[in-house]
Ligand binder design. Sequence first.
Ligand SMILES: [Zn+2]
Length: 260
Amino acid sequence: MNKDIPKKARVARAATLLVLMLLIVLATVFFFWQRENAKPYLYSPNMKTLLYHLVMDEPYSQYHDLFVREGDFEAQLLEIKRLGFETYFADEPERADGKPGVVITFDDGYIDNYTTVFPLLQKYNMKATIFLITDMIGTEGHLTEAQIKEMSESGLVHFGSHTVSHTKLDTLTEYEIQQEFLHSKEYIEELIEKPVTALAYPNGIYTEKAQTIAMAVGYRYAYTTDMPYDAYYENSRLPRSYVTRDMAYEDFLKLLELSS
Ligand SMILES: [Zn+2]
């Protein structure tokens, strides 16, 4: 028995060393993983994210605020250009790197995004991101699959998810939220054959659970409808400035103002 003790001790020492090494490797991996995931999105005051819905002269619903007039929209695009802003996609806002930039976003995937907005983006060579409700694709007043594909192939429009059914997330179970985020992502990815990494919460309603689920199913950026007021935002709750129909021109300019 006594003869066995040194051998056992050696084995124990080797095992301890192995476990220690494993722990060090795991701790290192965890450290870098955590650091990467905890990295706050630097909400540069030079980076503005605008939120639109429809660009249409005559509103057809009671939600007048959603309908920005075509002439106003074109003037706003020209103003963005005149001020020297580059436009960026909602799934690559970090490319601004401190340089002045504007992210133009549209929610819900209305048909005017193709008939009115897309020609203007082409005319001025500007980028925009459209957040699609996948259940609405191809229904009356909404974008069709062919239009989405054409815009995606132009390189001027990126697409994000606005969930499958646009249900308010605070009324859903965690499982249902996960399904809404995942199935819409998969649907659009299959359609445009590109990764979909940006999400916009329906009605701007989000919860901490929804933020966690969004990142867990593979989104990198999730947008709210909160106006920007902070210097830093998590990737899972990025603010946007709402452009409304009757907004005074000076108020639109304020949305683009550089605060540094
Ligand atoms: Zn919406």
